[in-house]
Design a protein around this ligand. Structure first.
Ligand code: G4P
Length: 526
């Protein structure tokens, strides 16, 4: 049987935002529409429960931060929608970056009062790099916030997106009356704390009609007309191709907590968002319709059960059909493996799946065989691209605090690095080990996990570095010269690739100027 109808049904996406913009609330409302949860608060209370029972790391409970990147699937209007949840906390940004390699599109949530925030900038940059189609949802319109046009300017400038508003707010905060949906040509009236079903939707194809005054009053109607005039003249109209190529981002306004504007977002999303896309591998382009199964590991979740050192490898299916208890080739290890308990994630529930299709995520129990970026196939040697490590921003020397446990430390470190918790570099001049992360919390997570899972202990020494850049060059002589002249700034990563440790932006610039034929890369994929 052809798998095409299954592929056509799937939409796999991630929601990205700065913490507190409303990602969890929006996720929850989307799940409510899909019937995947029955009551508001379920996603959050699920988080709390997880903390309380400490299924995951104890540290997570202590800090009340979700380290987990979970997958939530639901059905809506005959489609299967997979939401890949991303940790909001910036210390886990690298987890989020990697999760974005497994999505086909993204929804960016922005707080109307705060506008574009730093974390949004970083995450959108990763999506832009990968040409991931993005829809923007401006949230919390029930509160006073920035002017709509200022927000769009902010989005264009800071996020580098070309925007096209598909809805426009009528007032905001106390005066918030609703949104005009340019896509459907209708006015959605807002009722604070109302249920979406109770929202009044009024078809107004011609905004010059006096119907507008009837529903929102004279002043608001006039303001809306003026705004819409600008919107339609200044911004491009919606073009699906441009959106799918990552060149145009539709914008919606709403209030997730009030369940307002969420259904419009979802209905538009399922109409325009891409089905599972083809993926580049080093060898060739892999299309989802191919008969043979292939997929890659984008996330490894450790320590689901503190008593066992089991991990779950999250695999994004790229082509063909994944079938339980079937032998697949683990390309890097060159060995066949089969999985008796592959897991699918339906909102809060986990269940064993018999089969899964492109766009789906399956969780595979793993006793240490996988690392991020690993590929599974039916026999072909494929290596999927686009699962880079990002240049870390924080660095520390790591020392063994218990000489009796050197082996445990090495093993623990190498496994944690494979999971992508941090990056490990070895200095060329003195062999010292350096940990690089994107967030300070990771250092504590590593220390804690080394102790509790591997019985090893470590301590850190501060190290002031600006960035670590991967190096390549066609010019062997110049490359060698850099390696020997700057030995104290050179290290190797876990795969033996050379990395330049820049003490400052200035030092990096100087090195780039002095060795013009050496390329300095900010991600490990070049
Ligand atoms: P996050 O996952 O992006 O971090 O954000 P989250 O959904 O947890 O939302 C952050 C806060 O913003 C929450 O308030 C949430 O209730 C609130 N919020 C979300 N959407 C809206 C909205 O449309 N309007 C308004 N006014 N607030 C919104 P909190 O006080 O931090 O948590 P809680 O006690 O309400 O759960």
């Amino acid at each position: 049987m052809s798998i095409k109808p299954e592929i056509a049904k799937r939409r796999t996406f991630g929601i990205v935002s700065h913490p507190d913009a409303g990602k969890t609330t929006l996720t929850e409302k989307l799940l409510l529409f899909g019937g995947a949860i029955q009551e508001a608060g379920a996603v959050k209370s699920n988080k709390i429960k997880r903390h309380a029972t400490s299924d995951f790391m104890e540290i997570e409970r202590q800090r009340g931060i979700s380290v987990a990147t979970s997958v939530m699937a639901f059905e809506y209007k005959g489609l299967k929608i997979n939401i890949l949840d991303t940790p909001g906390h910036q210390d886990f940004a690298e987890d989020t970056y990697r999760t974005l390699t497994a999505v086909d599109s993204a929804i960016v949530v922005i707080d109307v009062a705060k506008g574009v925030e730093p974390q949004t900038e970083k995450l959108v940059e990763v999506c832009r790099m990968r040409k991931t189609p993005m829809i923007v949802f401006i949230n919390k319109l029930d509160r006073e916030g920035k002017d709509g046009f200022d927000l769009l300017d902010d989005i264009e400038e800071k996020l580098g997106l070309t925007v096209c508003p598909l809805s426009w707010p009528v007032g905001m905060g106390q005066r918030f009356k609703g949104v005009y949906n340019l896509y459907e040509k209708q006015l959605n009236l807002f009722q604070p704390h109302g249920k979406q079903q109770a929202d009044e939707i009024i078809k107004i194809t011609d905004t010059a009609s006096s119907d507008l005054e009837t529903h929102v009053g004279e002043a608001a109607a006039e303001e809306l007309r003026e705004d819409l005039e600008i919107v339609t003249t200044v911004y491009p109209s919606f073009d699906r191709e441009a959106y799918l190529e990552g060149n145009l981002s539709p914008v919606f306004f709403g209030s997730a907590i009030n369940n307002f504007g969420v259904k419009e977002l979802l209905d538009c999303f399922i109409e325009i968002a891409p089905t599972p896309k083809a993926r580049e591998s080093e060898e060739r382009l892999v299309t989802p319709e191919e008969d043979k199964f292939s997929g890659f590991v984008f996330k490894i979740h450790a320590n689901m059960d503190p008593k066992h050192r089991d991990r779950i490898a999250f695999v994004r299916i790229c082509s063909g059909k994944f079938i339980r208890n079937t032998n697949y080739l683990h390309v890097r290890k060159g060995k066949n493996m089969k999985f008796s308990n592959p897991t699918a994630f339906m909102a809060a529930r986990k269940s064993i799946v018999e089969e899964a299709f492109p766009g789906d995520i399956v969780g595979l129990y793993d006793s240490g065989n996988f690392k991020i970026g690993d590929t599974l196939t039916e026999g072909e040697e494929l290596h999927f691209k686009g699962i880079p490590s990002f240049s870390p921003e924080l660095f520390r020397y790591i020392n063994n605090a218990n000489p009796m446990k050197a082996k445990q430390l090495d093993k623990g470190l190498s496994q944690l690095v494979e999971e992508g918790v941090a990056q490990l570099f070895t200095k060329e001049d003195n062999g010292r080990k350096i940990l690089g992360t994107v967030g300070a919390l990771q250092f504590e997570v590593i220390q804690y996990r080394l102790e509790h899972e591997y019985g090893a202990s470590c301590n850190y020494e501060p190290l002031n570095l600006h960035k670590a850049c991967w190096l390549t060059s066609e010019n062997k002589e110049q490359f060698q010269r850099l390696l020997s002249e700057r030995k104290r700034d050179i290290a190797t990563d876990k795969d033996g690739h050379y990395v330049f440790l820049a003490e400052s932006a200035w030092a990096l610039k100087m090195a780039q100027d002095n060795y013009p034929e050496v390329q300095f890369h900010f991600t490990s994929e070049f």
